[in-house]
Design a protein around this ligand. Structure first.
Ligand code: AMP
Length: 451
């Protein structure tokens, strides 16, 4: 689709877009429009800056009927307060000639002021999950009229530990609703959330080029385990001239901490780390020190490193092999920017060979393999994840059934397909207020005597 005229949108929306000076829809806008309008669940893989706010808001606003009094029909959840403000501002621009009321809700401010604002009603709420959930418990917000749920930057949200709040909110929303979600990267957590709560979503991915960039050299090492990878990395980093600005990627914060600890022993304050459990100040300091060249090694998780505008990175080290091939493309794209030469190294274990093959298929390129230098000591030390599985004492042939993600997720999806009786909501209310919020709950005292 080449212009906004190809979209079937109202005059009011057209005028607002004209006022903004937008001429052509971005790729995500072109692709998402008909899907969102169809009412189907949708998952979009797109980064900030791709125009995704308009991609979901344009069809939503087109579909949002006029209402004399504000009636909450659209809920947009985002991970941070800054994003709430930004998204509210954008939506207000798009709905300049419409009468819908948009309200932003976020933590860290006076909840009573927000309650007052919400008491006057809203058609669209943009919120961070924690504060939004608190407000729903105080019954200020009625959710039964919500028809569209948008979750933006879901990868960041899950990385910040919001899964619990999100699922609580899902529990309160009407079953008959459209779910729309955006994530910059695919992670296991994101995948799990989609499988649990989305119904056959249409996936839209802004085609990430699978062609390796010519100016990035790629090489791979087959390494037996985590601590041998540490030894190999430490060995390579001895060459300070070649490895002068190295971004090391790991897939989760546990590995990030483990690796950083090991590097700190060897390279002291030459290294720094960022992941979502670090405070904002700590992260900013690390990024600045790395960018200014005070630290030459930065360990980062995929989610946290995205959006960083770092210059002149000599090497990207894939300390583990991303399970989603697109993440590899994102990672290596951090080096070799602006016509400079860059280099990428991939460390993979035998277990990660499948993931490496998927990356190579995406790129139609076989990453050249390097021999591990003979002086690298093969470590016998294993991380808890690398330890052999626990086996039941009485049954040595059957691995112990640990409480795996799979089991509870399965349960969730089943539950999700049933009618939602609001059980978790009631329990939450009870535990929060120590008394039932439903009048006439005769069994309340009985239940509590028994406790
Ligand atoms: P977003 O990815 O939603 O954060 O949008 C990134 C920026 O692109 C925002 O400043 C939007 O106002 C702008 N933008 C969105 N859609 C378009 C478009 N079709 N043409 C030009 N700019 C756009």
């Amino acid at each position: 689709m080449s212009t906004f005229n190809d979209f079937k949108i109202s005059k009011q929306l057209h005028n607002a877009i004209d006022d903004l000076g937008f001429v052509t829809p971005t790729p995500i806008q072109s692709e998402a429009f008909s899907v969102v309008l169809s009412g189907k669940d949708m998952v979009g893989i797109a980064q900030t800056g791709t125009g995704k706010t308009l991609a979901y808001m344009l069809p939503i606003l087109q579909d949002l009927s006029f209402s004399k009094e504000p009636v909450l029909r659209v809920l947009v959840l985002v991970p941070t307060r800054e994003l709430v403000l930004q998204v509210v501002e954008e939506i207000e621009k798009f709905s300049k000639y419409l009468t819908h009321k948009v309200v932003g809700v976020y933590g860290g401010t006076n909840i009573n002021t927000q309650k007052k604002e919400l008491a006057e009603g809203a058609d669209v709420i943009v919120a961070t999950p924690g504060r939004f959930y608190d407000l729903t418990l105080s019954r200020i917000i009625q959710l039964k009229t919500v028809r569209k749920l948008v979750i933006d930057e879901v990868d960041v949200m899950l990385d910040l530990g919001f899964r619990f709040q999100l699922t609580n909110i899902f529990d309160l929303l009407p079953d008959r609703r459209q779910n729309i979600m955006f994530s910059a990267t695919m992670t296991e957590d994101v995948d799990a959330l989609i499988n649990d709560f989305f119904i056959k979503p249409t996936k839209i991915s802004i085609a990430l080029s699978g062609t390796p960039l010519d100016n990035i050299s790629q090489q791979a090492y087959c390494v037996p385990n985590f601590y041998t990878k540490v030894n190999l990395l430490a060995h390579l980093l001895k060459d300070k001239e070649t490895y002068s600005k190295v971004l090391v990627f790991v897939s989760n914060k546990r590995s990030a901490d483990r690796l950083f600890e090991a590097l700190e022993e060897l390279y002291g304050d030459e290294s720094c780390v960022i992941h979502s459990n670090k405070t904002q100040n700590y992260r900013i300091r690390s990024i600045n020190q790395f960018d200014e060249g005070k630290n030459r090694i930065l360990v980062a998780t995929d989610v946290m490193a995205r959006g960083l505008d770092l210059d002149k990175i000599t090497h990207v080290v894939n300390f583990d092999t991303p399970g989603y091939p697109e993440n590899y493309m994102h990672r290596i794209g951090r080096t070799g920017r602006a016509e400079q030469k860059g280099a990428s190294l991939l460390f993979y274990t035998e277990k990660e060979e499948g993931a490496k093959a998927a990356i190579e298929t995406l790129m139609s390129y076989q990453i050249p393999l390097l021999e591990m230098p003979s002086e690298i000591e093969v470590s016998k030390r294993l991380t808890p994840q690398e330890q052999p599985e626990v086996v039941e004492i009485n049954n040595p042939h059957k691995p112990a059934v640990l409480e795996t993600k799979g089991a509870s997720f399965h349960e969730k999806s089943e539950k999700n397909s049933k009618e939602n009786l609001g059980g978790s909501y009631r329990r939450k209310i009870e535990s929060k207020y120590k008394k039932p919020k439903t009048r006439g709950d005769k069994n309340y005292n009985k239940r509590n005597k028994r406790k």
